[in-house]
Design a binder for this molecule. Structure first.
Ligand SMILES: C[S@@+](CC[C@H](N)C(=O)[O-])C[C@H]1O[C@@H](n2cnc3c(N)ncnc32)[C@H](O)[C@@H]1O
Length: 270
């Protein structure tokens, strides 16, 4: 599904790291607290997969699609889009999400109606139809994912691989605000009982970057910027750090390079 902050384009790079950690450690449950467009969870193989998000419309959308709802039955005109945008409470959650994500420019939540347009090359494109077709293609790969509406701090997994892809600091907002220091504090806690791998551009000092890649991001028609996508895991402090790294190496499928506390301290995916 086209989605703001989608990991579809980098999934071929980060999936082997995440899947490797699941397989090497015999992890049975994969958890995504910020599942969004499901563009990574749809490629992960694990006995149980759970996707949370605090957007109730989005979760309602996935649940409805899993039970056979056909978005093609909704005649999404500009008028209907506007009505849904203004009177969300009158529509079913999946219909609100359909308008908010699929009938809107660049999948930005109610970011303006995007129907049929003539592109610079003269080609006629129906963005809404394309978006719906995209989602329908994704559904078989999401059939057994458990989707639930929750904010990340309400969940407390244990023994799982937790992949976090939160709203990045300083980027486009989703619904509501996001407290980043509160989030990192939660990640620290979750890292005690789970393998937690986080996407972000930057992280606090007690996290180590295990993978990075420059990519161009397009937030709207006018702005194209380069940014470095990174994956982080928590480094413990003091004695815990050594244990953590030693455990990381054979069990988590991550190779440690450099000495603890030295300048070249880093880990790299294998
Ligand atoms: C970067 S997007 C995830 C994109 C997803 N990985 C993909 O590839 O499609 C971040 C998601 O976090 C959700 N979100 C924001 N605040 C949240 C919170 N407090 N708890 C749970 N989800 C939240 C947003 O609704 C959004 O779907």
């Amino acid at each position: 599904m086209k989605y703001v902050g989608s990991k579809a384009r980098i999934s071929r790079h980060i999936l082997p790291i995440i899947q490797g950690a699941i397989d090497r450690n015999g992890i049975e449950t994969y958890v995504e607290p910020f599942v969004g467009g499901g563009n990574l969870i749809d490629k992960v193989h694990c006995h149980n997969r759970i996707g949370y998000d605090n957007n109730e419309y989005l979760i309602g959308f996935w649940q409805a699609l899993q039970t056979g709802w056909n978005p093609g039955t909704v005649p999404m005109s500009k008028e209907l889009y506007t009505q849904i945008k203004d009177y969300k409470e009158l529509f079913r959650p999946e219909v609100v999400a359909l308008a908010g994500f699929c009938a809107t420019y660049n999948a930005k939540w109610f970011g303006g109606y995007a129907g049929t347009v003539k592109t610079k090359t003269g080609e006629i494109r129906n963005y809404y139809d394309e978006a719906v077709r995209n989602v329908l293609k994704q559904i078989p790969a999401l059939a057994d994912v458990v989707f639930q509406v929750k904010s990340y701090e309400e969940i407390s997994p244990s023994g799982c691989l937790v992949y976090c892809d939160p709203p990045y600091e300083g980027t486009t907002k989703y619904i509501g605000s996001f407290n980043h220091s509160h989030y990192w504090e939660w990640v620290r806690k979750m890292s005690e009982n789970n393998i937690v791998i986080c996407s972000e551009y930057a992280a606090p000092d007690d996290f180590i970057c295990i993978w990075e890649m420059e990519r161009t991001t397009t937030l709207d028609k006018a702005s194209r910027t380069k940014a470095i996508e990174r994956l982080f895991v928590r480094r413990g402090s003091g004695g815990v750090f050594a244990i953590y790294i030693i455990r990381l190496r054979p069990r988590y499928g991550l190779e440690y390079r450099g000495k603890e506390g030295s300048e070249d301290e880093s880990v790299k995916s294998v």
